[in-house]
Design a protein around this ligand. Sequence first.
Ligand SMILES: Nc1ncnc2c1ncn2[C@@H]1O[C@H](COP(=O)(O)OP(=O)(O)OP(=O)(O)O)[C@@H](O)[C@H]1O
Length: 323
Amino acid sequence: MITVNHLRKTFQTPLVQEGKFAGIRTLLSRAYKEKEAVHDVSFTIEPGEFVGYIGPNGAGKSTTIKMLTGILHPTSGEVLIHGLSPQKHRRRVVQHLGVVFGQRSQLWWDLPVKDSYEILAAMYRVDEVSARRRLGELTELLDLGEFLDTPVRKLSLGQRMRADLAAAMLHDPDILFLDEPTIGLDVVAKRNIRGFLKALNQDFGKTILLTTHDMDDIEQLCERVIVINHGQIGYDGSIAELRGKIGLPTMMKVTFRGPYQVPASWDLPFRVVEQQADMLTLACNRQELKAMDVLRVVSSWGDMDDVHMEEPEFEEVIHGVYK
Ligand SMILES: Nc1ncnc2c1ncn2[C@@H]1O[C@H](COP(=O)(O)OP(=O)(O)OP(=O)(O)O)[C@@H](O)[C@H]1O
């Protein structure tokens, strides 16, 4: 279980001096300005959950993940991974954690991929037999076979990301923190990575916290999403609820077999957006109203032929929270 209690992180950066010799005076000056990157963040993640941690640029996502993994120390508040602080019990906690920073590889650039795995296995104290078995499984799952002997710097981005995921899983952690694991990948590579992550969560019960700007990643993989903005949590709950909360309407396009008549008023809270010869476009909030109830009303306006529903794009929903 992951518990985050009133977590804060404030960075101090030197105040940039202006005028003559500004660079040197900035270096010598003791004036600092503070930036509160994470401001009172709390949440709990249960074993086996797949949670999206999203927010606009500079929201505080990476800073949170760095505190979750023990790389950064919180200014105040605490993180507990299975009841242990990653800062105080780093050695024990890292055995539970697999971490991927999509922008930066944890593999050794000039070494063949499999040499990096040997080093990592030793660092995590995975015995030789388990490491070999594990690498065999991961090679199959992530299709690593063709580039195990290739130096990391020669891998394509898609191969590098697969290699990094395998590196994070080598010691068989039960929790994965993924920061932009699909960044820059093409459609096929993204699909492969998503498939792998889904399997890790559903078949192997791994707990996953995923940070990404790709809303398709979130929609396809996560049940729950935590939205952070300006260092504070703006939403924590299911994607379905989020759609309802933001109140973006579902559009319903109803086609009629012949002429139809829209009355001056009706009892339910839905709107007529557009009227065409044989088609009517309606907008309703599905949290408030069932489609069946809307259609029951509309069926008295003419002879209905077909109905087409368009849910609001998840991207639009998220922009509603970022605002
Ligand atoms: N080491 C640092 N020193 C000073 N400020 C920092 C440091 N690291 C992050 N920040 C600032 O803290 C804020 C949050 O940064 P963070 O990297 O956590 O955002 P993010 O949500 O991961 O953004 P992105 O989506 O762009 O990666 C930003 O304003 C950033 O400039």
